[in-house]
Write a new protein. Sequence first.
Length: 146
Amino acid sequence: MAYLYASVRGRKFEKALALNEGVQAALEAKAFEIGVRAEELLMAHRAEGIAHIELDEGDVDKYVILADSNTSNRPETPTESYANSAASIEFGRSAYAVTRKDKFGNEFEVQVGAMEGLFILTRASNLPKKRRPRVKVPSEKARRKP
């Protein structure tokens, strides 16, 4: 008869399995493979900019990151958040208007056009492209209570 234990050497079974040397080596090889493909795809589309691919690791997992620390995204005031160029590169963006100031302090509006996503990480990891959010928002009827 086989016995199944919930832990191995004091660790949960899933974490002990994930920390196995063979599993970690396979994760590292797969992350490197995805990173190389992502860098190749990014280089094929890059016209300008400083977007790049980074490989990082946590306690268990390995990460392939599309990073873009563009200085034009820095907020004018500390309370504003950074624009996320990496998300726009991956998933695209819709058109929007930005108010800017010229050297004389006059404000003017600039239209920024829509952009299709390049799906760099998605294609590099052979995942299907999904344009809609993962979370399903309940319809208005479902939210109403009689």
